[in-house]
Design a binder for this molecule. Structure first.
Ligand code: GLN
Length: 465
């Protein structure tokens, strides 16, 4: 698939469409859509910006590649003066006091935010059903979930309602909905993009990243939003991604985890399709190694113990006194309790209660510290494996997207469905979902800061599959 950004740019420059017309078309499509992918339209802001672009073009001035390109923003990012609801009742009417760094960089490059996108509330979920704005429907089958938590963003890109979207990924929230809706989704190395202005879920794995219809668009967007930010001390300066020089396949060794594939929960067809991809790669003369994860079973429990602990702590600030809706009661304590009970969804409450348990006296050593130790082991294992291989391939999800309604009945099954995405989050590794190979795509992971390699390998796979 060619770059949607470049194609749109060319249409603007050749005056095949005005920016105002383009933005109007996107806003109309977003407003009419039946997929529940949008929480708020940014009509006034977007049309004002489109006019500026049109004025520039009319004057014969040059416009940058991203200038005038309509994009979507997951509704967990702040954009000054606009809603930021986290798809929650709590923040339904909350207005952002400032703009997230990644979004600001795009706006500075001239890209136009057109909507705030539906998602699982506070990033809690794998289906985008945990939202007050209605379950997000899959772009290819409306009876199925859109995936989560960045479901609205992936659906908007798949339906071309936005040229690209910006999601957040704590344990798979960009990669899994990208796979479910057959688009690209990239979670960069932790720290490559600033988290400033992204509502915190689990701060130690939260990442910002693009969802696009092409690899070139990931490259273009990444090169705008990456970089060190004074507001986020975990960020670092990175080199621009350059997809143009082709990969030399002989220099690559591919790994995959045998235990991921032997997982009883893995759909038979996804399994055979994944193994067929591995065979095709081998047939090209590329070295492939089967690796052992050793403790794949502990991935879900390690991730959820830490993610719940971190989200309980991050969301403690939401008690009605500083942000969002406050419900009055006889005492302050009661007011906190009612406000939090009413404002958070059942799934978020489950995580807050679980997280506080994980962190509480008498349990913290047994659960939280143990999970931290397990995470260290997981990171060491990846470090070891990347001495032997340059990229690791894995399925994105063990099953096809579930029917809307099914996951809400069984949260544990939903947690288990994250098995293939969360490990790379704990490892802080760059991982790309490419919509190829299996019905829900394939993940390509490289070592820390080797973000470019995941994209280059995907480009190579595009050629051989
Ligand atoms: N599904 C995972 C969870 O619920 C990941 C969500 C995310 O990355 N925000 O925690």
């Amino acid at each position: 698939m060619a770059s949607a950004i470049i194609q749109t740019h060319e249409k603007l420059v050749k005056k095949e469409i005005s920016c105002t017309q383009l933005v109007k078309e996107k806003l109309e499509a977003l407003a009419k859509n039946q997929y529940n992918s949008v929480n708020f339209l940014l009509s006034d802001l977007a049309l004002a910006k489109a006019k500026q672009v049109d004025d520039k073009i009319a004057k014969g001035e040059k416009i940058g590649l991203l200038e005038g390109i309509p994009f979507g923003v997951k509704d967990v990012f702040l954009l000054q003066g606009q809603h930021a609801s986290a798809s929650s009742k709590f923040l339904k009417n909350y207005i952002s006091p400032y703009t997230a760094t990644a979004i600001q960089k795009l706006v500075d490059a001239g890209a136009i935010p057109v909507c705030k996108e539906n998602a699982d509330s506070f990033g809690h979920g794998s289906t985008s059903e945990n939202t007050i704005f209605g379950s997000v429907k899959n772009a290819h089958n409306e009876e199925l979930v859109g995936g989560g938590s960045s479901g609205g963003s992936a659906v908007n890109v798949a339906k071309e309602y936005t040229v690209f979207s910006i999601g957040g990924d704590t344990g798979g929230s960009i990669r899994q909905p990208a796979g479910y809706n057959k688009v690209y989704g990239f979670k960069p190395t932790y720290g490559r993009i600033s988290r400033y202005g992204l509502m915190a879920y689990a701060s130690s794995t939260d990442c910002v990243g693009p969802i696009t219809s092409s690899l070139e668009d990931i490259e273009l967007v990444m090169n705008v939003i990456s970089g060190k930010d004074y507001h986020d001390q975990t960020t670092y300066e990175s080199q621009a991604i350059n997809l143009a020089p082709a990969l030399t396949p002989e220099s690559v060794t591919v790994g995959y985890y045998g235990d991921f594939i032997d997982n009883k929960g893995l759909d038979e067809k996804i399994k055979s399709d994944f193994l067929a991809v591995i065979e095709k790669i081998k047939a090209k003369g590329i070295q492939v190694k089967a690796l052992s994860f050793k403790n794949a079973d502990t991935l879900v429990s390690t991730y959820y113990a830490l993610a719940m602990a971190e989200t309980a702590s991050n969301l403690a600030r939401l008690d009605g006194s500083m942000y969002g809706e406050r419900i009055a009661a006889d005492t302050l304590k009661e007011s906190y309790a009612v406000t939090r009970s009413e404002g958070f969804t059942a799934e978020s409450q489950r995580r807050i209660v679980g997280g506080n348990q994980v962190l509480s006296q008498g349990y913290a050593d047994e659960i939280y510290l143990k999970a931290q130790a397990l995470r260290k082991n997981i990171i060491q294992l990846f470090t070891q494996d990347f001495k032997e291989v340059s990229v690791i391939l894995s399925p994105v999800s063990p099953t096809l997207p579930p029917k809307i309604g099914n996951s809400l009945k069984d949260p544990l099954a939903m947690y288990l469905s994250d098995i293939y995405t969360i490990g790379f989050s704990l490892g802080e590794l760059p991982t790309l979902t490419t919509p190829l190979g299996t019905a829900t795509g394939i993940q390509i992971t490289a070592d820390k800061k080797q973000d470019e390699l995941t994209l280059k390998f995907a480009k190579y796979l595009n050629e051989i599959l």
